[in-house]
Ligand binder design. Structure first.
Ligand code: 13P
Length: 289
């Protein structure tokens, strides 16, 4: 059931668990995530970066695919279709295409400009029933060519943006997209705590969910994180399973070259990763809360 992320995140914040945002890249990804959410009776957020949107031939294609798949697979758990790290223009494109949620990433603008653009987009998104995420303090690492240094957000700036009425707030706390380097200092719980103190009931978003140790994930949820984004980990699971299939020569046996067979182990691996994350985040069984 396609919905905005507002209600599911309010419930997650109140219930001290987090909803997973899993980024999609194609039909197999989408199907694996939707079926796993349904099996586990968990709410879920499908994240679409601008690059992935372009790869799938545009946000309209993505929205049409997700809507149809949601219906034809009989998905009854709450599903939000969310733009990940959207530009100002990208937000408008997704609103028009029929997304149920957007993220405006204005973290690279001076705070005044981030406030002005976020204010405008909050009004537009809410008038149409969409939820909106904003960002303060950039997330480290590289995603679709956008490179962030991974700074920690200023809690006062977080309050400024939270007060604009956004539904969820991504605050940089030393998190990084992609694999974490050996010398990573870990999440800054001091920053997270200070942000939570300033923003109160606002659901906080933890980007860069891949590779964060379980104890840190649990502590982050305790300190107010209600949405956790995972992308690279599903890509790695898919890659590993597909590599194994080919290295075992299975594509050379019988009709092993059939894409439905060739992509099946990777698709199953995504299901397994999503399941593991939903269990860790505590969202299993929360679809009808
Ligand atoms: P990872 O690729 O590190 O899991 O990060 C995903 C993310 O934060 C998407 O916005």
């Amino acid at each position: 059931m396609l919905v905005s992320a507002t209600e599911m995140l309010k419930k997650a914040k109140a219930g001290h668990y987090a909803v997973g945002q899993f980024n999609i890249n194609n039909l197999e990804w989408t199907k694996s995530i939707l079926l796993t959410a349904q099996e586990l009776n968990s709410p879920v957020i499908l994240g679409v970066s601008e690059g992935a949107g372009k790869y799938m031939s545009g946000f309209k294609t993505v929205a049409a695919m997700v809507k149809a798949m949601d219906e034809e697979l009989g998905i009854t758990v709450p599903v939000a279709l969310h733009l990940d790290h959207g530009s100002y223009e990208g937000c408008y494109k997704c609103i028009k295409a029929g997304f149920t949620s957007i993220m405006f990433d204005g973290s690279h603008y001076p705070i005044e400009e981030n406030v002005a653009k976020t204010t405008e987009l909050v009004n537009v998104a809410h008038a149409l029933g969409l939820s909106i995420e904003a960002e303060v303090g950039s997330i480290g690492g590289e995603e679709d060519g956008v490179v962030g240094a991974g700074e920690c957000a200023d809690p006062k700036e977080c309050k400024m943006i939270a007060d604009l009425g956004v539904d969820m707030l991504a605050a940089g706390i030393g998190n990084i997209h992609g694999k974490y380097p050996e010398n990573w200092a870990g999440l800054s719980f001091e920053t997270l705590d200070a942000v939570q103190q300033e923003t109160g009931i606002m659901p906080l978003v933890l980007h860069g969910g891949t590779g964060i140790p379980e104890d840190m994930i649990k502590k982050a949820i305790d300190l107010g994180v209600s949405k956790i984004n995972v992308n690279t980990e599903c890509q790695l699971s898919f890659q590993e399973a597909t590599r194994k299939y080919i290295e075992e020569g299975k594509d050379l046996q019988g009709k092993g070259f059939d894409p439905r067979k060739l992509l099946a182990p990777g698709a199953q691996a995504i299901c397994d990763t999503v399941k593991e994350k939903m269990e860790l985040f505590g969202s299993v069984g929360k679809a009808n809360d």
